[in-house]
Design a protein around this ligand. Structure first.
Ligand SMILES: NC(=O)C1=CN([C@@H]2O[C@H](COP(=O)(O)OP(=O)(O)OC[C@H]3O[C@@H](n4cnc5c(N)ncnc54)[C@H](OP(=O)(O)O)[C@@H]3O)[C@@H](O)[C@H]2O)C=CC1
Ligand SMILES: O=C(O)CCCC(=O)O
Length: 487
């Protein structure tokens, strides 16, 4: 099977330059880095290895463009987002092939991600016209109070490799709808989807400088974005460690921060759960994208009375999953993104087995960065996978007795992004939903990702929300106007 990009993706979407001020640009030094296919190790493309100087030029371009962009009407900004969305959907298959090639997820999932990416363009195109201010009843007869919601200015966005398309639009669309300009740094492992989306944005009529893409090493680009006083907001999705570092780097210039960080999602199965639904939800929430999403379940907490039945059914479903190159029909689980990710998965499994977990299926490295979908029974809290995000296709099953114990175990983590539970008891639904310390809770449901709902975490899983009308708040400032002397 050919994995050559040109065989799969139209030339218009294949960009090997960054986008700065509307110009497709090489690195000042001419340096490039390679983008490889995680399923085969083949080099797909070379893109510019930019650093601080190019980032600084992009910030200046964004600053100029932002003033003009903010002066456009909300409808005009919306129209550009709607045209961009139409173009993304017209190119859905090609973008999905590009995504699978650079990132590895199965084509059907990649196609779903492109649809998800497009949904943010539509939603925030619609929201552009609803960025409403307010009036507040004033304290005296001769004064009035009005609150404006104004674009914050230049927004820096740093995105991860696990959603190379959807994280671009989930950040860029609300920023652009609000009248901000964006300097985007995609992950080095997956810059091609970001560049293809930018090519479509350009075709949709995005003015030069409103959306800039800077490719290259994270330290230099990140430090420049954080240090620049012109950058007023930073939106980041990635690991908690890098989120902490960026927070510290942004402190001197006091930026508005939106951080979507790591998770350690619990998935609780109570004795009274609908077993079929719980098993289907468990497979979806664990093995979607080979377990490499921040809301993938990290810990299954299963009540004593249903533990054996759940374990048997779940394990037999997992053993049937098809692993392989995501470009092949029928593949459900693709490769891990790189050797580092594979190493972490192997270390977590080895540690769990050393500490008494039972291997129920999988547990094998299948060559390259492919790892067999794995289920481990009798997991306990001393194991690494109880406290660290595995980010791979490994399900760890913990037993519990009482509801209170499940809640205590679920909340026993520094993270608080997603959580799930299955029960048919309406009283328990409310008790558990209210007590879980997470920003999102799936109740008899394993899917949280949708553009109309606020996605984000509590505790060390982050700050702020993406998606929904709340997503706009990350890119606007309130300005209070006090009117006096009114007769
Ligand atoms: N919340 C989530 O959705 C995600 C969580 N993770 C978690 O993080 C672990 C490690 O994944 P990893 O890819 O290393 O995640 P990182 O946090 O390192 O990477 C995410 C993004 O941050 C960039 N970045 C990295 N270091 C810096 C820096 N010093 N300054 C500015 N930007 C920086 C990366 O750039 P570059 O790619 O160029 O290095 C990438 O664009 C995973 O195993 C998983 O547990 C990972 C990805 C997403
Ligand atoms: O995993 C992530 O990086 C966040 C996006 C997950 C989603 O929207 O489903």
């Amino acid at each position: 099977m050919s994995n050559t990009l040109e065989d799969w993706v139209p030339a218009e979407l294949l960009r090997d330059r960054g986008l700065i001020d509307g110009v497709w640009t090489a690195a000042d030094t001419g340096a490039e880095f390679e983008v490889t296919n995680p399923a085969s190790g083949e080099v797909l493309a070379r893109v510019p290895d930019m650093g601080a100087p190019e980032t600084s030029v992009a910030i200046e371009a964004a600053e100029r463009a932002q003033r003009l962009w903010a002066a456009r009407t909300a409808s005009e900004r919306a129209e550009v987002l709607f045209r961009w969305r139409d173009l993304v959907l017209e190119n859905q298959d090609a973008l999905a092939r590009l995504l699978t090639l650079e990132q590895g997820k199965p084509f059907a999932e990649a196609r779903g991600e492109i649809g998800y990416a497009a949904s943010f363009l539509r939603f925030y195109g619609e929201e552009a016209r609803r960025i409403r201010g307010e009036t507040i009843p004033s304290a005296s007869a001769d004064t009035r109070i009005v609150v404006l919601r104004q674009p914050i200015g230049v927004a820096a966005c740093i995105t991860p490799w696990n959603f190379p398309a959807a994280m671009i639009t989930r950040k860029a669309a609300p920023a652009i709808a609000a009248g901000c300009a964006v300097v985007m740094k995609p992950a080095e492992l997956t810059p091609l989807s970001a560049l293809a989306l930018a090519a479509l944005a350009e075709r949709a009529g995005m003015p030069a400088g409103v959306l800039n893409i800077v490719t290259g090493g994270p330290q230099a680009i990140g430090a420049e974005l954080c240090a620049s006083p012109a950058v007023r907001a930073l939106s980041f999705t990635g690991s908690t460690d890098v989120g902490r570092l960026l927070s510290a780097q942004c402190a001197p210039t006091v930026k508005k921060l939106s951080l979507e960080l790591g998770g350690n999602a619990p998935f609780i199965v109570f004795d009274d759960a609908d077993l079929d639904a719980a098993v289907e939800g468990a497979v979806l929430s664990k093995y979607r994208h080979s377990g490499q999403t921040c809301v993938c379940t990290n810990r299954f907490l299963v009540q004593d009375g249903i533990y054996d039945a759940f374990t048997e059914r779940f394990t037999s479903r997992v053993a049937q999953l098809t692993v392989g190159n995501g470009m092949l029909d029928g593949v459900q689980v693709g490769p891990l993104i790189d050797d580092r990710a594979l190493g972490k998965v192997q270390a977590h499994v080895a540690d769990a087995l050393d500490n008494g977990a039972k291997l129920l299926t999988g547990g094998e490295h299948l060559g390259g960065t492919f790892y067999a979908p794995t289920v481990l029974g009798e997991a306990t809290t001393g194991m690494r996978l109880a406290t660290e995000e595995t980010f791979g296709p490994v399900a760890a099953l913990f037993r519990f007795g009482e509801e209170a114990e499940a809640i205590q175990l679920a909340n026993d983590t520094e993270y608080g992004l997603g959580g799930y539970f299955y029960t048919r008891d309406i009283g328990r639904v409310w008790r558990v939903a209210e007590q879980l310390e997470t920003g999102m809770v799936g109740i008899n449901s394993a899917m949280l990702s949708v553009e109309i709902a606020p996605f984000g975490g509590v505790k060390q899983s982050g700050i702020g929300r993406e998606g929904s009308h709340h997503g706009i708040d990350e890119f606007v400032e309130l300005k209070y106007l006090a009117f006096g002397g009114i007769q």
